[in-house]
Design a protein. Structure first.
Length: 665
């Protein structure tokens, strides 16, 4: 029962009654025991357990406690979500079901025991199985709950590293950075209320030479050199924590054996508006760094870069307004802390719609499951955009409006790598398609001239002496024509290969445009089979002063040669072809027109792609390389090419090239 003393203090009494006889009549003997201290101790212990549960439950990594037989005794929400299981159903079950084989399960158990006997924690990357059968890569850290007892239980800390493993080849440097982060996360951690330790991790106890049990319930004065230093830290730290939510400094601390060490400490309130809820302190032993001052000065910039790149961004928000942010988050987003505190997170989104959409998705999941994870683009203060991997955890399950802790990791590089991989895969697919089309083209287009050469050679071999001279000349002419056709196709393949590799050179020089045009027409008609005594089908018209033009002769010959050859080839029945050239000093315009079969509208967007041929060419021979070469040559000149065509009514190509010699005129 609770009683109020005269001094106004409440006490708790434990009452025990015993029936007795008194002067011949029934009576009771009542014994009262003051148990106020015990009740208070129980309340303190209950609060400590709740706070420790809060820390473990809101961790973004999976944590599982198992007994010596590997049966699950407890797991946190992150582990439940990691393996997609019902944690209540897992209690009392072994962890064997999440391993790929029993042998792997036994190997891990043996390794943990071996590491414990040598005084170390066990850490490994391992592939495990989720409840739905899918596989997940995790970074598993295993340690005995009592390193002195190999048969004690174990604690497993599991972090999902599947994305990093999938991108390991492309993200080797990122993987090494993450590995460095994991290697530097073993810092001392304590939870204190009114400067009394409620919970400490083993690393903190080892750092100061204590057993964890020796620190629980003791004032933090025990590890300060003297009263003055203890009081000074309290005066400086707690006002700043109450104002900004965090405090950092470096100071001396005394180990159990009396030696002093330098520590870098960081304090952060669980709730800076109510410091009675406690403060979480992290400690890093920097004694060696302090002792090597010259080395510190030389490497301070590197150390700062490491810290800035290893710490994740952390914010605490209430109703989507920043209550607290850590320096790393400020650095990520380009804002100062005072520019973020009290502000809506809307300033990180591109527009109202994306802000509202994120809110609907995230806070619905937070209310339902207590956590939310995603990746999204975030706008920095300077307007640039970065990609963040976000993890949110409600401070109070089902009441996300009361506060959400967000952790953020900058994954911009990973997204860039993924985009590079996507582009590379697309290029690979394009290359594979090009190879397939090249094989198809060569097997088809080389077959006809090779057949002509073979049949002509066989006729000359078997009947050469009986053939008339004109017939032998025709056969030799067919062989020569087929060889020239094959050589032309090979030349086109070599030209497009150099162009794709960026090795097609551009060497402008003074050029007689008219002479080049006539040579191109003559060679195109000869290749088309026109006899020497047949009038030319190509009408050449030249206007303007083209005598001072400077172009790359070889590339211009590719341009005009392919366009004129195509015009002749796709204009059946001897239909006329026209080549018009107009020069005005600054540029030259070349127009090749015909009245042939034309080009279907759906083929026009793909006209200059390698190996592409219009769907109406039928059995007309061709490689699909000519127009691709034309486009490359026009681009090297810095010019343009346009096409106008109508199926059955002909085609007109217009090439405009700047005159590289115009500025010298």
């Amino acid at each position: 029962m609770r009683l109020l003393t005269r001094a106004g203090r409440w006490v708790v009494l434990e009452v025990k009654s015993v029936a007795v006889g008194w002067r011949g009549r029934p009576a009771s003997l009542n014994l009262f025991t003051d148990v106020t201290g015990r009740v208070r101790l129980e309340e303190d212990l209950r609060r400590t357990l709740i706070e420790r549960e809060l820390i473990l439950e809101n961790s973004i990594v999976g944590i599982i406690f198992v007994d010596a037989a590997a049966r699950v005794q407890w797991m946190n929400r992150a582990a439940e979500q990691l393996f997609a299981v019902d944690r209540a159903a897992q209690i009392g079950q072994t962890m064997e079901s999440i391993f790929l084989s029993r042998a792997e399960f036994e190997r891990m158990r043996t390794a943990v025991l071996a590491a414990a006997r040598s005084g170390h924690a066990y850490e490994a990357e391992v592939q495990l199985r989720k409840s739905d059968g899918s596989l997940v890569w995790v970074l598993a850290s295993g340690k005995l709950t009592d390193p002195r007892d190999p048969e004690s239980g174990r604690v497993w800390v599991l972090r999902d590293i599947t994305p990093r493993k999938l991108l390991e080849g492309e993200l080797r440097r990122t993987s090494s950075e993450r590995e460095a982060i994991l290697n530097n996360t073993l810092v001392g951690i304590t939870l204190s209320v009114n400067r009394v330790h409620q919970w400490v991790n083993r690393r903190f106890a080892e750092m100061l030479g204590f057993d964890p049990a020796e620190l629980i319930g003791r004032s933090s004065r025990v590890h300060f050199p003297d009263d003055a230093s203890h009081q000074t830290l309290g005066r400086e730290a707690y006002p700043q924590i109450a104002t900004h939510g965090a405090y950092s400094t470096e100071c001396h601390m005394r180990r159990k054996d009396g030696t002093l060490i330098w520590v870098e400490l960081h304090g952060q309130a669980i709730d800076r508006h109510d410091l009675t809820r406690g403060t979480i302190w992290t400690f890093v032993d920097v004694t060696g760094r302090k002792a090597l001052e010259e080395a510190v000065q030389r490497t301070s910039a590197e150390r700062g870069a490491i810290l800035n790149n290893t710490l994740v961004g952390i914010t605490f928000s209430v109703n989507r307004r920043r209550v607290w942010v850590n320096p790393r988050f400020c650095e990520m987003t380009g804002y100062a802390a005072e520019e973020l505190i009290g502000q809506s997170s809307r300033l990180h989104f591109e527009d109202d719609a994306s802000f509202e959409r994120f809110g609907e998705d995230a806070y619905a999941a937070l209310d339902a499951a207590g956590t939310y994870a995603t990746e999204l683009p975030v706008r920095r203060k300077d307007g640039s955009r970065i990609w963040l991997e976000l993890y949110g955890a409600s401070l109070y399950p089902g009441r996300s409006d009361q506060g959400v802790i967000w952790t953020a990791v900058d994954v911009t590089r990973r997204h860039a790598a993924e985009e590079s991989m996507r582009v590379a895969l697309e290029k690979q697919r394009e290359l594979s398609d090009l190879k397939s089309r090249f094989v198809s083209m060569t097997s088809h287009e080389f077959r006809t001239p090779l057949a002509t050469i073979l049949s002509s050679a066989e006729l000359l071999r078997d009947y050469g002496e009986r053939l008339a001279p004109s017939e032998r000349a025709d056969l030799l002419g067919a062989i020569g024509s087929s060889v020239r056709r094959m050589a032309g196709m090979l030349d086109q393949v070599l030209v497009i290969g150099r162009a794709e590799a960026g090795r097609l050179e551009f060497r402008p020089a003074p050029l007689d445009v008219e002479a080049l045009c006539r040579r191109v027409i003559r060679e195109a008609e000869h290749a088309d089979g026109r006899a020497a005594d047949v009038p030319s089908r190509v009408a050449l018209r030249i206007a303007g002063a083209c005598g001072e033009a400077r172009f790359d002769e070889r590339l211009l010959q590719h341009i005009l040669g392919n366009l004129v050859s195509n015009a002749l080839k796709y204009s059946p029945g001897g239909a006329p072809v026209a080549l018009e050239v107009t020069c005005n000093g600054e540029r030259a315009v070349f127009t090749v027109s015909d009245a042939g079969i034309g080009i279907p509208e759906e083929d026009l967007p793909h006209l200059f792609e390698t190996f592409h041929r219009a769907r109406n060419v039928g059995n007309i021979a061709g490689t699909g390389l000519g127009l691709a070469i034309v486009k490359k040559a026009v681009d090297l000149h810095g010019g343009t090419i346009a096409v106008a065509s109508s199926p059955g009514r002909g085609t007109r190509f217009t090439v405009t090239l700047p005159n590289t010699g115009a500025s010298h005129g």
